[in-house]
Design a protein around this ligand. Structure first.
Ligand SMILES: Cc1ncc(COP(=O)(O)O)c(C=O)c1O
Length: 403
């Protein structure tokens, strides 16, 4: 086919959007014999395949006219009611079906939220580092990003306050904060209760929307669940995105956003022009999965399963990594974040590691200012213990060689 002669016609939004930097690493992960700690995907070993097969067959046998039909853009009314009950029970969020919109992945929730909230040049605060699905959705609306340091207690709210003050002084319009409150991707950090409250206050002071992205919140291995920002918020400033990708099956792409009904209505209108409605069969499967109590059981099983993997990886790191290297102990989720000593470059380490059939994700692409060159993310979610052991052993050797 001849090269495109449409380059000069691209929209502003298409030019603003940047591709995800970890797509490249996904190509590596698929190579045969690659021992990968890169992908943040759930382990297929805990997909509830049999239950999904049974429920899908039953639905298709008894209810084909509905499950194969278009649905409303908001999503199935019974499912939204069920999700509102779940929100109150599990996350302390008091809401009704009118506060809920079913989406194809929480990625779509963030995209729709940005479409209705972000104008070109609006600034959104994001973690340094952060998951680029969130920051990428802001950029795709031609918004701007402002980085705020993440430490063991999540996003640093003192620094966030300073940044907001500086943006205001510079005449910039800060519009929002994107936050992954639990077991953040990529650091594994959980936002402390104090900082959750600080963010709510900052949002009120600076007139901001909080994009609360919480796909890992159910995967808590220890300690108490902290209230979500939405549960703490009394001013209707939070759009909360949940996903079934990490606890159920990401291929079904079922997720939902919770927000003030007026915001949800705007997102519904935006979604009408994107994909009309979320997959109907997937929604019926999730509805039955929740109603029959299988979701709660699955969350419990997953937590035991992934906790074992986390513990195993932590043990391996203790054994094989030199003491100059630092890492965190996440209380849940999929990720451990590693800091190399001095100015050791994780991208160079990755290039070396790949030659030895080991993959991970270098940290720099998660930092909007590219500052984290000495960091990298390890994921224990998808790999077997044998792969974790072999990959960590090899990485330990390569790091020691570079010291
Ligand atoms: C923080 C975060 N948000 C959102 C997503 C996207 O999830 P979903 O499959 O629900 O679109 C991911 C996936 O890795 C993630 O890590």
């Amino acid at each position: 086919m001849s090269p495109s002669s449409l380059d000069h016609l691209y929209s502003k939004s298409a030019c603003c959007a940047v591709p995800s930097a970890i797509r490249e690493i996904n190509k590596l992960v698929d190579l045969p014999d690659m021992k990968s700690l890169a992908g943040g995907w759930p382990d297929p070993a805990v997909f509830p395949s049999k239950d999904i097969l049974r429920i899908a067959s039953e639905q298709l046998r008894k209810n084909a006219d509905q499950v194969l039909q278009y649905g409303t853009t908001e999503g199935l009314a019974e499912l939204r009611q069920e999700l509102a009950r779940l929100a109150a029970k599990r996350y302390g969020i008091e809401c009704s079906a009118d506060h809920i919109l079913l989406t194809h992945g929480s990625a779509q929730g963030m995209d729709l939220a940005c479409r209705v909230m972000i104008d070109p040049d609006d600034v959104v605060l994001v973690g340094l580092p952060t998951y680029f699905g969130g920051s990428g959705a802001v950029l795709a609306c031609c918004g701007e990003l402002c980085g705020v340091e993440i430490d063991a207690d999540g996003i640093n709210t003192f620094q966030a306050a300073d940044q907001l003050q500086m943006l205001k002084a510079a005449g910039k319009r800060a519009k929002g904060i994107y936050v992954i409150p639990n077991f953040q991707n990529p650091t594994g950090a959980t936002l402390s209760l104090k900082r959750r409250k600080d963010l709510i206050e900052l949002a009120a002071t600076y007139d901001l929307v909080i994009f609360e992205d919480d796909p890992y919140g159910d995967l808590r291995f220890e300690g108490d669940h902290l209230p979500s920002l939405m549960a703490l918020d009394t001013a209707g400033r939070v759009i909360h995105m949940r996903s079934m990708s990490k606890t159920f099956a990401p291929g079904l792409r079922v997720a939902w956003s919770i927000g003030p009904p007026e915001v949800i209505r705007k997102m519904v209108v935006a979604k009408q022009f994107v994909d009309v409605a979320t997959n109907t069969l997937a929604q019926y499967i999730l509805l039955e999965f929740i109603r029959s109590g299988l979701l709660e059981k699955r969350i419990e099983l997953n937590n035991k399963y992934y906790k074992r993997k986390r513990d195993f990886m932590l043990e391996q790191l203790e054994v094989h990594f030199p003491e100059e290297v630092q890492w965190n102990r996440p209380a849940g989720g999929f990720f451990i974040f590693v800091k190399l000593p001095g100015t050791m470059d994780a991208t160079e380490l990755l290039a070396d590691a790949v030659k030895h059939n080991v993959a991970f994700v270098a940290g720099a692409p998660f930092f909007i200012d590219q500052s984290g060159i000495h960091t990298f993310r390890l994921s224990y979610s998808q790999s077997s213990e044998a792969v974790i052991e072999a990959a960590v052993t090899e990485l330990g050797k390569l790091i020691k060689q570079r010291l």
